[in-house]
Design a protein around this ligand. Structure first.
Ligand code: ADP
Ligand code: ZN
Ligand code: ZN
Length: 742
């Protein structure tokens, strides 16, 4: 027997299997997925590698085959099934096998297990708040930092407090003596003392919840596996449904993975799982040290836990008896990896589940177009939770037409409607959130008189203004001169949208001098946990108004917020991306969900120059299905996913000229491949090369070629063809090529 090994060097030329002889003492011990040390290359340098299989036949001269040196110490082998998943990911998303293997690796670097200490708050909230203001008044800022952080989360990892909050051990000991906190020697999430299993529920499931649970469990029991989409507004009881499904799967002796976006992995969510499943649950998040993560993966591998909760990477938990993968908030952008292989957790979960005989449950209040499309076409099973579990009114939404404001002579960034509601809330001492969705904002040009936005005539996405003074399409490369008057109505009020969060903060201080304002954006959250500190301050009532980018609309509950203002819905609506409408609908829905979380009903004002746009109309009515219908029409008309499939080929290079030449050849080759496909009866459309939004990064120039086809398999085939072409042509050596599917 010979071991098939992938060498731990990322290079297209080395992206193949190398065979090694297995020494006597390793026979029977060596397994697929293990990390080994091998002599490699002419110099026989000791190199790391991964065993991905065994073969009886030697494909080379047996005399020349080298022997494995040793099995690496202290590592968690990759589950054999995950090696197969890595192969699928390489095949599907491109890149090398070693990149794919490293993605599914339970933990990238091993570290010794060490004792973990944590810090627990001993005071109740009122006492803690008193202490906090006391420390602040005495300028004891280190102590204030600790108390503020503990108010946010009553148990904190010791290392987090000493390193991130920069509080010395002496101060912590002093605070322990003052009985403010207690230093405990245990892993924070591993065995939280309060996490007693308390299974009794104080409520009955709603009819919709029962139906969803019944459908899933009944099919699961009969051995039927598949993908389900739980579509239900926030608060409709999705999490309760997930937990019931997990319970059922565990009862059948299986294990479950729950993916939750990092930002929503709050203490409260995690505690709900602990209360239900006790210490058979573990969590992976970015707050855990490498050692702690290693520890959790080891427990998973040994079968000590049944449920793993975590962000995207938890998908690769080395469970042996995987029965269910849940993806909450499946529409979130963070489920897509930005590194090669650029995998999407949703598709990869479905692939893993198929390999291991598991089911997948997706959940969202605003499902991705991809997921809802598959639910509508029957590929996924749709489970609806149409109502909130606990009666609570939906917020009332008003759309403010900013074109009318201009007509009235109001040139301010606040519409009259928003301004008067803000005054009202300030008077009542209720809180306000103002939201500027700058995500994906790429300098589109619009008319303030009629709302017209300058778009690409070929792609129906907004043109972006470039430094060269031209308007450019990032999909097809189309260019036109800058406009000085509106092509639609002739008004001279055309231009880019320049307001940023900082300007809004300044404006607020001028117009509402009595209000206390907090700002949350990239600048104010640079330091680690900066954004949690701002949210904690806002939540404890330290400010009346929170201004921020999309960061503020995710997942946080503030009982006293009764007004949410979306200052310019157009910003994300006219991002230069075919998903702009979808993102806008999701953001507006999430923003609306922030208003009136407590007893009081909430109000939302959406300011826009395009009140008739379907994303805004549907968001104002909080009608996802209407949005879906309209958006699907647009996607089908323009050939965007999910109506069609889209592959981006991103080419980067340090030399601009070389990049142009390479793109030229790559495109020419792609064209011949497309012709082949056409002769075989499937049409492929080739677009570009165009400059992506970020055309140059760290002195590397980037261009992108798009391939559109109705069949994903065709695009995967084209990717393989291009990869081979790149590999055999030395001209591509100094280029970096990435593939991005949909
Ligand atoms: P989602 O995940 O859809 O936002 P959750 O499962 O978190 O919804 O439920 C929202 C709140 O309603 C939680 O406090 C939960 O305990 C409660 N809840 C869920 N189902 C019911 C029910 N059938 N009856 C009463 N309360 C419920
Ligand atoms: Zn106009
Ligand atoms: Zn275009």
């Amino acid at each position: 027997m010979y071991a098939d090994i992938i060498v731990d060097i990322t290079h297209e030329k080395l992206d193949k299997i190398f065979q090694y002889r297995i020494p006597k003492e390793m026979e029977g011990r060596l397994q697929t997925g293990m990390e080994v040390l091998i002599p490699f290359g002419r110099a026989n340098r000791e190199t790391k590698g991964y065993v991905i299989g065994f073969s009886e036949k030697c494909n080379y001269d047996p005399e020349k085959i080298k022997e494995i040196t040793q099995i690496s110490q202290n590592h968690i082998a990759i589950e054999a099934k995950l090696v197969a998943l890595a192969a699928w990911m390489k095949e599907h998303y491109g890149g090398t096998m070693i990149q794919a293997l490293k993605t599914v690796l339970p933990i990238k670097q091993q570290e010794k297990q060490k004792e973990q200490r944590s810090i627990r708050l001993l005071l109740d909230r009122r006492e803690a708040k008193e202490r906090l203001s006391y420390f602040l008044s005495k300028n004891q800022t280190a102590r204030a930092r600790v108390v503020a952080a503990l108010l946010d989360r009553p148990i904190l990892p010791y290392e987090y407090v000493t390193r991130q909050l920069k509080v010395t051990a002496a101060v912590l000991r002093a605070m322990e003596e003052q009985r403010i906190l207690q230093i405990e020697a245990e892993v924070v999430y591993r065995n939280p003392v309060t996490a007693k299993r308390t299974k009794q529920q104080s409520f009955c499931y709603t009819e919709a919840q029962q139906a969803a649970i019944h459908t899933f469990c009944e099919e699961y029991r009969r051995g039927k596996r598949g993908t389900y989409l739980v579509y239900g507004v926030t608060g409709s009881g999705k999490t309760e449904v997930y937990m019931e499904m997990i319970e059922h799967v565990i009862a059948e002796g299986k294990q479950a993975i729950v993916l939750i976006p990092e930002i929503a992995l709050t203490y409260q969510t995690v505690m709900r799982f602990y209360q239900r499943f006790g210490d058979r649950v573990s969590i992976i998040n970015s707050r855990l040290s490498k050692g702690e993560r290693y520890d959790q993966m080891l427990r998973a591998k040994r079968g000590e836990i049944n449920v793993m909760i975590g962000p995207r990477s938890a998908l690769f938990t080395p469970f042996e008896r995987l029965g269910l993968i849940i993806i909450d908030e499946e529409h979130e952008g963070t489920y897509k990896s930005e590194q090669t292989p650029r995998y999407h957790a949703r598709e990869t979960a479905i692939a893993r589940a198929a390999m291991e005989g598991a089911s997948v449950v997706l959940g969202s209040a605003t499902p991705s177009m991809e997921a809802f499309y598959k639910a509508v076409t029957g590929e996924f099973r749709l489970l609806r939770l149409p109502e909130r579990a606990k009666q609570r009114a939906m917020a009332h939404v008003t759309v403010a037409d900013m074109r009318k404001e201009l007509e009235k002579g109001n040139r301010s960034i606040f519409s009259d409607a928003l301004r008067s509601l803000m005054e009202d809330r300030l008077k009542k001492k209720e809180q306000i959130m103002l939201f500027l969705n700058r995500r994906g904002y790429a300098g589109f040009i619009s008319c303030r008189s009629c709302g017209h936005v300058v778009k690409c005539p070929h792609c129906d996405v907004s043109l972006s203004s470039h430094r060269n003074g031209k308007l450019v399409c990032h999909y097809c490369g189309y260019e036109q001169p800058m406009v000085t008057s509106c092509p639609e109505c002739g008004s001279s009020h055309v231009g880019g949208f320049r307001a940023g969060t900082q300007q809004i903060e300044e404006l607020l201080l001028r117009e509402f001098p009595q209000a206390k304002v907090l700002r949350m954006d990239m600048d104010t959250t640079k330091q680690k946990d900066g954004h949690e500190k701002i949210l904690a301050a806002f939540s404890s009532g330290e400010a009346d108004i929170l201004v921020g980018t999309q960061m503020i609309v995710k997942g946080h509950d503030f009982g006293n917020v009764t007004l949410v203002g979306v200052l310019a819905a157009d910003l994300s609506l006219y991002a230069d991306d075919y998903r702009a409408g979808e993102r806008t609908f999701q953001l507006l829905t999430q923003a609306a969900g922030r208003a009136g979380r407590g007893e009081k009903a909430g109000e939302v004002v959406i300011q826009t120059y395009s009140p008739e746009h379907y994303s805004i109309v549907a968001a104002a009515k909080q009608d996802y299905e209407q949005f879906f219908q309209e958006e699907m029409t647009y996607r089908a008309l323009m050939g965007y996913p999910p109506a069609s499939q889209l592959m981006a080929v991103l080419v980067s290079c340090k030399e601009e000229e070389l990049l142009e030449t390479a793109c030229h050849y790559l495109k020419a080759y792609a064209e011949t491949c497309c012709k082949k496909c056409e002769r075989a009866g499937t049409s492929v459309q080739l677009i570009g090369p165009a400059s992506p939004y970020v055309g140059k990064v760290r002195d590397t120039y980037r261009r992108v070629i798009y391939l559109k086809s109705e069949q994903e398999a065709v695009l995967v085939f084209l990717k393989d063809q291009l990869e081979q072409y790149i590999e055999i042509n030395s001209g591509f050596q100094n280029l970096w090529i990435q593939f991005d599917l949909n």
